[in-house]
Design a protein around this ligand. Structure first.
Ligand code: FAD
Length: 471
């Protein structure tokens, strides 16, 4: 038997259910299709394309240069390859985004009509969204009962599979294609620094996990909120592209620290739970990528202020913790979770700009851009989501900075023009006396912007706007 293994968001060979199944049956043909042509499939952002390029190169190596690479409509490419290479079965690991779901359903039907066998597997979630429902048969809307009763109460996640040690590739004379032909790398030099910071691929993912287990897992609960510290796993882009499965992470953590009561470990596993919840919400409410989960927000009086949006995108708002976050994003393709919440709150509350504008920018700039997590998190920040932070709880970016970046190390890294300011003013340079500013070589409005909004007034404006819709 020859099985075509369609790689998608599962760019790994370990714990890959579709691949393992195919290898057990006989010969395989591995395929990746860069598909921006099927209807409703969200085109990748720039940072994601950079990652994909390198991840595919890495998978190509692992698969001994046998990975076939195509660009086009997935249905057409798969049917053409299956016919040309004498395949009888096609397998893949499932995806859950609305565009991919309807595309995959359509492909399955076309393949079946053409007399191919088709099989799909769960390769990216600990619990699939359709398995977890409340007793009344409806989906959960609140995280804690979803995770505790729905997921943990349902079944333990599947244990990772043994890696297939002897993959037999089918012989064929079909042209392989090349990652370079996909033209995924940016033409700007913006991504040049990513190479030194990230190692896309299965090996890089495993290394990140070992490092996290060794250095940070046992202090995760407290350290994860400090952006100047490597207190989190930074596995998000690896998880997004499926270079590691959540099952591998879940059990590596449990194997390393045992199942004993451990707040750090429980907190970390529960973050993986948030990832699951994001997919769950997207699966059951597929419109949330564009529509408010909470309809009240449909009437929200968002402003249309492109100058403010550009200042936010460029890290030029005059609020140091916000600017540091936005610059971290641009320079590294990543932003610390605490700071994502701060810059998000600042955008939708202090600047009164629509969360969708923030989500769009993140989609283009984040290496871990993920339709499920990005949508759910932005709606959470905006207060319009399921189980969201209430809109009226508005982060004060000065206090957030003073609490989580006490010494201003994070701000100084990304806003070096403020590096000589004393800690007392690092999160509010506009309050520094002239003498202090001049000793620190800072001229506000020249070296670093004045705040583009008054924090108190804009907070009040946000609360009034919310009053209009809260009903
Ligand atoms: P760790 O703290 O090590 O957590 C481990 C894993 O758990 C992460 O890799 C991630 O897969 C998952 N996770 C952690 N927090 C969350 C969360 N709140 N929601 C969903 N999954 C979570 N995460 C993305 O993967 N892609 C996105 O596009 C994305 N957009 C976001 C937008 C906003 C406005 C906010 C506030 C958060 C967003 N997040 C997103 C969630 C979170 O910020 C990142 O997952 C996390 O910072 C990744 O770093 P890490 O791998 O070191 O996380």
């Amino acid at each position: 038997q020859t099985t075509l293994v369609w790689f998608r968001q599962d760019l790994r060979i370990k714990d890959n259910p579709a691949l393992s199944w195919a290898v057990e049956q006989g010969d395989i043909i591995p395929l990746y299709v860069f598909d921006e042509q099927s209807d409703d499939v969200e085109p990748l952002g720039g940072a994601s394309k950079w990652w994909l390029h390198h991840s595919l190169q890495s998978l190509q190596k692992t698969l001994k240069d046998k990975l076939i690479i195509r660009k086009g409509k997935a249905a057409d490419e798969i049917l053409a390859l299956a016919a040309a290479a004498g395949v009888d079965t096609i397998v893949w690991n499932r995806r859950y985004e609305p565009g991919e779901l309807s595309r995959d359903k359509d492909i399955k039907q076309k393949l079946k009509e053409a007399d191919y066998k088709v099989k799909s597997f769960n390769g990216s979630l600990l619990w699939e969204p359709m398995q977890i429902l409340k007793n009344d048969g409806t989906p959960y809307k609140v995280y804690t009962p979803y995770y505790r009763n729905g997921c943990l109460g349902h079944a333990s996640p599947r244990y990772p599979l043994q890696s297939p040690d002897d993959i037999k590739f089918s012989n064929h004379d079909v042209e392989l294609g090349d990652v370079e032909d996909l033209a995924l790398l940016p033409t700007l030099d913006w991504a040049d620094d990513f190479d030194a910071l990230w190692e896309p691929g299965e090996v890089g993912a495993a290394e990140k996990l070992s490092k996290f287990i060794e250095n940070a897992a046992q202090q995760y609960r407290d350290q994860r909120n400090i952006p100047a510290v490597e207190g989190t796993s930074k596995l998000s882009p690896h998880l997004h592209f499926g270079e590691i499965s959540p099952n591998q992470i879940w059990y590596s953590i449990l194997d390393a620290f045992g199942g004993s009561d451990n707040d750090n470990i429980d907190t970390y596993l529960s973050e993986l739970g948030w990832r699951e919840f994001s997919y769950y919400l997207l699966y059951h409410w597929p419109k949330i990528t564009t529509d408010n989960f909470n309809k009240k927000f449909d009437q929200f009086p968002w402003l249309n202020d492109s100058n403010a949006l550009v200042a936010w995108q460029r890290g030029q708002t005059g609020i140091p913790i916000v600017d540091a976050g936005m610059r971290e994003l641009w320079q590294t393709g990543y932003m610390h979770n605490r700071v994502r919440m701060v810059v998000g709150s600042f955008l939708v509350k202090n600047l009164l700009l629509d969360w969708r504008a923030g989500a769009k920018w993140f989609w283009d700039c984040l290496l871990d851009a993920d339709l499920a997590a990005n949508t759910a998190s932005w709606q959470w920040v905006a207060g319009s989501g399921a189980d969201a932070a209430p809109y009226f709880r508005i982060f004060n970016p000065i206090l957030q900075g003073e609490k989580f970046d006490k010494q201003g190390e994070y701000v100084k890294t990304y806003c070096p023009e403020l590096s000589k300011l004393p800690n007392k003013y690092i999160h509010k340079p506009w309050e520094a006396p002239d003498k202090v500013l001049s000793e620190a070589d800072v001229v506000l409005g020249k070296d670093y912007p004045n705040p583009i909004v008054d924090l108190k007034e804009s907070r009040q404006r946000a609360l009034s706007a919310y009053d209009e819709v809260k009903g």
